[in-house]
Design a protein around this ligand. Structure first.
Ligand SMILES: *[C@@H]1O[C@H](CO)[C@@H](O)[C@H](O)[C@H]1NC(C)=O
Ligand SMILES: *[C@@H]1O[C@H](CO)[C@@H](O)[C@H](O)[C@H]1NC(C)=O
Ligand SMILES: *[C@@H]1O[C@H](CO)[C@@H](O)[C@H](O)[C@H]1NC(C)=O
Ligand SMILES: *[C@@H]1O[C@H](CO)[C@@H](O)[C@H](O)[C@H]1NC(C)=O
Ligand SMILES: *[C@@H]1O[C@H](CO)[C@@H](O)[C@H](O)[C@H]1NC(C)=O
Ligand SMILES: *[C@@H]1O[C@H](CO)[C@@H](O)[C@H](O)[C@H]1NC(C)=O
Length: 508
């Protein structure tokens, strides 16, 4: 009996230690939390610790939490990574030196031997001027900050959000420092926060300059049709940058925040959710260290019940109607639209829809700057979007997922525009073009159902566009991206290439 007990205990211990991934493994296990927003900090802390414990039980090596779902608008605390934490890096072992939230998360990471990333409001008190940090003014700063703990509860990284989405009470990072940490399972991560995804620094620089293939994303995203709903852009970022993308989203459906997932390069979503009802949910998945090299089966997108979608607020890009567009008709059509430096050839074959609410479709092209909370972003795009009437203003509005739609039998979009340029001081490209799609269920189509590649620019287009798109040395640098459906689709809301081009900002 005693022996048996010994055996059981021993095999449990063995299992626990086997569960940790090692540098030799081809996979690791990641966890994210779709977390319903609450202002009750004590309750959040209890929930966080439960999720950390549960993720560890399920064998996760690392867990990431969303943006600003631990602290509330009146709670903040110091993370003195250049001060006290150098000497006493494990808050769990020195509770008297640190805020109780920092101590509690450190302890949970340590108790469960798991890496933890949390996002918090960080206080930096520069009135004392003994922080060891850059203190441009003698005042108190509040940052929107990711803090990373290792398996011993040690604080190993701190990243301050560079690109604030309004957030009047926060100061953007004083220097554009990237988030970066290494792990004992042979994976190096970068991480950034929400609106940061839209900018060259850090979203492109993190991958290209640091040469990492694993990115953690803490977010409280405000979904926008037709290009920027949460899971749609998360999955496309992973695909386009060819990285594993571990995205943890705050859930607050009344303002349009929902959507989390774990994505692996060209393989798409290993697991993803876009809930239309208030939700807190832990998602755990094996992740191949080489993005896209999946083996075995994965849950993929977890769909909501159709009726639940109506409660998620989804706004429509207000600038959409300002652009060049053309309605699609039933049957086969091929045409080219041009706006400023972007030209797109559309080849479409569409069958008439069935049902009462036959949707209209429009091809839309855009080359402009779009302003999001005072920040101008250069956007180029070519897409088709579903509309409820023949009026442009009815396009890309929120659809009921059961509404009838048309069958798109063939669809190819060839976008010709300026080629991304490598910026050698930032060590990254200045433009990224994302293949985006959205179906009525609020997820993108699977990565098996489309292809995207660079093609040869049409000579006529090249001569038309090249005058405007000369680079500094006068060289014409034009590229054509071919984005194509591989299988007919009957529940598309949008399909197109959407790109950010930093050049545009300087030009307008
Ligand atoms: C934030 O949490 C603290 C601590 O629980 C509480 O005292 C405070 O009232 C909360 N603030 C808001 C705005 O809810
Ligand atoms: C903080 O102290 C450093 C020298 O230690 C000084 O250069 C800097 O101006 C001080 N900043 C403030 C805000 O007092
Ligand atoms: C992680 O970074 C370390 C230090 O730069 C490097 O030696 C190692 O090769 C990197 N690991 C991977 C998988 O890139
Ligand atoms: C970047 O990382 C990959 C593996 O992830 C490695 O093969 C390559 O040599 C690295 N390149 C540089 C410049 O470090
Ligand atoms: C590279 O980026 C820096 C920082 O944004 C910018 O000042 C510089 O003009 C860029 N260089 C080129 C060649 O675009
Ligand atoms: C791919 O397209 C087919 C229809 O041609 C559809 O049945 C399937 O669900 C699609 N897969 C995904 C993941 O979108």
């Amino acid at each position: 009996m005693v022996q048996l007990l010994y055996l059981v205990v021993f095999s449990c211990l063995l299992k626990a230690s086997l569960q940790k991934s090692t540098p030799q493994d081809s996979e690791y296990v990641a966890a994210v939390v779709e977390y319903q927003v609450s202002r009750n900090v004590e309750e959040n802390l209890r929930n966080y610790i439960e999720h950390i414990t549960e993720a560890a039980k399920q064998g996760a090596d690392i867990i990431a939490f969303p943006e600003l779902t631990l602290t509330n608008s009146t709670t903040s605390f110091p993370v003195p990574i250049k001060g006290l934490l150098r000497e006493y890096p494990i808050p769990a072992l020195h509770p008297e030196l640190y805020d109780n939230l920092l101590v509690a998360i450190s302890k949970a990471a340590r108790d469960n031997q798991i890496y933890v990333l949390v996002n918090i409001r960080e206080l930096m008190d520069c009135t004392h001027n003994d922080t060891g940090e850059l203190c441009p003014e003698a005042k108190k700063y509040t940052f929107n900050t990711n803090v990373v703990f290792d398996r011993t509860g040690k604080v190993i990284d701190r990243y301050r959000k560079i690109n604030l989405f309004g957030e009047a009470s926060h100061t953007p990072a004083l220097q554009p420092d990237l988030g970066y940490f290494e792990t004992d399972f042979g994976v190096n991560f970068s991480h950034f926060i929400c609106f940061d995804l839209m900018f060259q620094v850090p979203a492109v620089q993190s991958v290209q300059k640091l040469n990492v293939t694993n990115i953690i994303f803490s977010t409280m995203w405000f979904s926008e049709l037709p290009y920027l709903t949460a899971v749609q852009i998360q999955e496309s970022y992973a695909y386009t940058m060819n990285v594993n993308f571990i995205a943890s989203g705050a859930n607050n459906i009344a303002v349009g925040s929902a959507g989390s997932g774990i994505y692996s390069g060209k393989a798409g979503a290993l697991i993803s959710i876009m809930p239309g009802v208030p939700t807190t949910r832990l998602l755990v998945s094996r992740v191949p260290k080489v993005p896209g090299q999946v083996t075995g089966s994965y849950p993929g997108p977890i769909y909501d019940k159709p009726d639940n979608h109506d409660r998620l607020r989804l706004i429509t890009d207000p600038s959409l109607v300002a652009h060049v567009s053309r309605p699609l008709t039933s049957g086969y059509q091929q045409f080219t639209l041009t706006e400023k430096d972007v030209s797109c050839k559309f080849t479409v074959k569409m069958s008439p829809g069935i049902g009462e609410s036959f949707p209209y479709f429009r091809a839309v092209i855009q080359d402009s700057t779009t302003t999001y909370t005072l920040r101008e972003i250069g956007v180029v795009s070519c897409s088709i979007v579903a509309c409820t009437t023949d009026q442009f203003k009815s396009c890309a509005s929120n659809y009921h997922p059961l509404a009838a739609t048309a069958l798109i039998e063939e669809l190819t979009i060839e976008m010709t525009t300026s080629h991304p340029q490598f910026n050698s001081s930032l060590q990254c490209d200045n433009a990224v073009y994302f293949p985006l799609s959205l179906t009525k269920r609020k997820f993108p189509i699977g990565t098996d159902n489309f292809s995207i590649h660079h093609g040869e620019p049409d000579e006529l287009l090249r001569s038309q566009l090249s005058t405007d798109s000369e680079t500094g040395d006068g060289k014409k640098d034009i590229t054509t991206i071919v984005y194509k459906l591989k299988k007919p689709q009957e529940d598309l809301l949008s399909f197109g290439i959407w790109g950010k081009n930093v050049f545009k900002r300087c030009r307008s």
